[in-house]
Design a protein around this ligand. Structure first.
Ligand SMILES: Cc1cc2nc3c(=O)[nH]c(=O)nc-3n(C[C@H](O)[C@H](O)[C@H](O)COP(=O)(O)O)c2cc1C
Length: 188
């Protein structure tokens, strides 16, 4: 139901992303693929990934921002898995209508992503390629869940952000999860 593509090159060294993943991985219907654990040699099993995406109704891309973009293996995953005739182009409708949620963390604080900050632009200026990748494949782009200042954030604030993400997925599951429509149909 929810497929989380987790792209951290050093999962055991992650603080922010690991906390976010730990907060949501136990939710019902969640399937996680830690890309760097599963494909350390970048040899992605395209059939298996496409099958997992086919089962999902919400696809989550979760990772730290590296050089204003996604880590290399997630870019490679885009290149290999989102193929012509499957994800886009002639007959490529496998992902149409699925929801896509981008969960990313940045080292830079909110202030650094502004005209006067070190990155000179708002973070929204860097999000287009990822957003367009989802939209080009016919997915419903959800409002991204971005955590800035991920290296400095204290434990309670990080936990609060992780809880917010969990609540968001719980709400999504309540609306779209198994039995949701039956429940709605039998509302008292
Ligand atoms: C190779 C590399 C590139 C990075 N590029 C950026 C960047 O472009 N913008 C930014 O705000 N932080 C950047 N960072 C910082 C990471 O985004 C930050 O360390 C990460 O979000 C923390 O999450 P974690 O605790 O899960 O590792 C970079 C870090 C590395 C190692």
């Amino acid at each position: 139901m929810i497929y989380i593509v987790f792209a951290h090159p050093y999962p055991s060294q992650s603080r922010a992303n690991r906390t976010l993943l730990d907060a949501v991985r136990s939710l019902p219907g969640v399937e996680v693929c830690s890309l760097y654990d599963r494909y350390p040699d970048f040899d992605i099993d395209v059939t298996s990934e496409q099958a997992a995406l086919g089962r999902a109704r919400l696809i989550v891309w979760m990772h730290p921002i590296f050089w204003y973009s996604v880590p290399g293996l997630l870019k490679h995953w885009f290149d290999k898995v989102l193929t012509y005739g499957w994800a886009f182009g002639d007959g490529g409708s496998a992902l149409h209508g699925k929801d896509c949620l981008w969960v990313a963390t940045t080292g830079g604080s909110v202030e650094t992503y502004s005209a006067t900050g070190i990155h000179q632009r708002s973070f929204a200026d860097f999000t287009r390629p990822v957003e367009e990748t989802a939209v080009f494949c016919g997915m419903n782009w959800q409002s991204p869940c971005i955590l800035h200042g991920a290296n400095e954030i204290d434990k309670p604030a990080l936990a609060a952000h992780a809880l917010q993400l969990r609540r968001r997925l719980e709400v999504w599951l309540a609306i779209h999860g198994e039995g949701a429509s039956e429940k709605a149909g039998h509302a008292p």
